[in-house]
Design a protein around this ligand. Structure first.
Ligand code: PLP
Length: 410
């Protein structure tokens, strides 16, 4: 058999079967084996093309292999990739300066994955509670929202309300209180003198792109200020252009004390995350108290800087807002035709399919067969998060394909 250069000698079916005995079964991927990608399109092992409407859960906000990002990575690969933080390197200052400037905050704590940024935010908030607020030792609490998704570490799943994420992984870290999302009265009741921080997603992604009422984020900001605790916004999925703003909190003109970033910060190339925040808060960390071997490494800093530079022009945020109108109009036209309802902001939508037409998984598999990649969240909800570089034509194609799949299922 002759194989095209760079093409796998094994078929999709063979590769899927080959994973089974050797790969932990912690995911249930759709049956597609991606071999290459560019922009909003991916190609499988057999050369079939698919429009990617998941974009790596927003890790690919700039599309696959954006030339400015791959170029920054290639250049850095040829110069310096890792020093550890035992030494300074020549890319870190510029990365931190530009990220602080982009977010309007003062200081950056670079990490790698989103879950690490969340863990780091929790540690910083606790340290701040003891050192600055004066909470009694080991008494600090963090208030979080029901249906949250903040990652998969033991501490983080400990305050999840998703049984699948929690069950079998205890015992869990104490010190968390869970309140309903989008409920300021419940939040007010849960906050007291032990509260280090309120940690929420400005829009709950995994929960199905749940957008709180207007005024909720402002309310959280006012409440936390009044109570003398920190507002920590997990913008790992909502941030960096997805909603039509650099940060989703900007829709309410709110500035949190700490913002958690990840996913798109690595340009779809390397894991890059960060806690970005006010100097009065982040300065509580002293040498040796927290760290990561790879956090802020030269390759990550080079790619992260290139990401920040792309966002600095505002063009991707504008594009998300503009293309988001097409997405919303298209979805509105499908309400009653297989779509029960949807929530959307910028280029991000949670779409509730009529349960009679199938689960979110069924619809995702039908869309896959028609050349469109999406991911279900819970029940009959699918999530759409195309790259911000998606064209109008591609969006129209995606919406027409969704209509076709829904019609066929009814
Ligand atoms: C994806 C995500 C995380 C976790 O990020 P990982 O890089 O997968 O650890 C945390 N918070 C939110 C809101 C996310 O969407």
């Amino acid at each position: 058999m002759t194989v095209a250069p760079g093409r796998s000698p094994r078929s999709s079916a063979e590769l899927i079967r080959a994973e089974e005995p050797v790969l932990a079964h912690n995911y249930h991927p759709l049956p597609v084996v991606v071999a290459r990608a560019e922009g909003a399109w991916v190609e499988d092992v057999e050369g079939r093309r698919y429009l990617d409407l998941l974009a790596g859960y927003s890790a690919l906000n700039f599309g696959h292999r954006h030339p400015a990002l791959t170029e920054a990575a290639h250049r850095q690969l040829d110069r310096l990739t890792l020093t550890s933080r035992a030494f300074h390197h020549d890319r870190l200052a510029a990365f931190a300066e530009s990220l602080a400037a982009l977010t309007g905050l003062d200081m950056v704590l670079p990490m790698n994955t989103g879950a690490e940024a969340v863990e780091s935010g929790i540690k910083v908030a606790r340290k701040w509670a003891y050192d600055v607020k004066g909470v009694a030792p080991d008494r600090a609490t963090v208030v979080v929202a029901a249906d949250n998704f903040h990652g998969r570490t033991t501490t983080v799943v400990g305050f999840s309300t998703d049984e699948t994420a929690r069950a079998g992984f205890g015992p869990f870290t104490p010190g968390f209180r869970v309140v309903p999302y989008n409920d300021l009265a419940a939040l007010d009741a849960a906050v007291d003198e032990t509260t280090a921080a309120v940690l929420i997603e400005p829009i709950q992604g995994e929960a199905g792109v749940v957008i709180p009422d207007d005024g909720y984020l402002r309310g959280v900001r006012e409440l936390t200020r009044r109570a003398g605790c920190l507002f920590v916004a997990d913008e790992i999925q909502s941030g960096l252009g997805r909603t039509g703003r650099t940060l989703a909190v900007e829709h309410e003109g709110v500035v949190p004390d700490l913002v958690l970033l990840g996913k798109a910060l690595g340009g779809g190339i390397v894991p890059v995350s960060a806690v970005v925040g006010r100097r009065e808060v982040l300065r509580v960390l002293r040498p040796g108290e927290h760290g990561s071997t790879f956090g802020g490494n030269p390759l990550a800093a080079a790619v992260g800087s290139a990401v920040v530079e792309l966002l600095g022009t505002g063009e991707f945020q504008r594009r998300a807002e503009e293309a988001g109108v097409i997405l919303r109009e298209g979805l509105s036209a499908l309400v009653g035709k297989g779509v029960r309802g949807f929530r959307a902001r910028g280029l991000w939508a949670g779409v509730d399919i009529e349960p009679a037409l199938g689960t979110g998984r069924d619809i995702s598999e039908s869309l896959l067969r028609e050349g469109v990649l999406v991911k279900d969240t819970h029940g009959s909800t699918i999530r759409l998060a195309p790259p911000l570089t998606v064209t109008d034509e591609d969006l129209h194609l995606a919406l027409a394909t969704l209509e076709k799949v829904l019609t066929a299922a009814s």
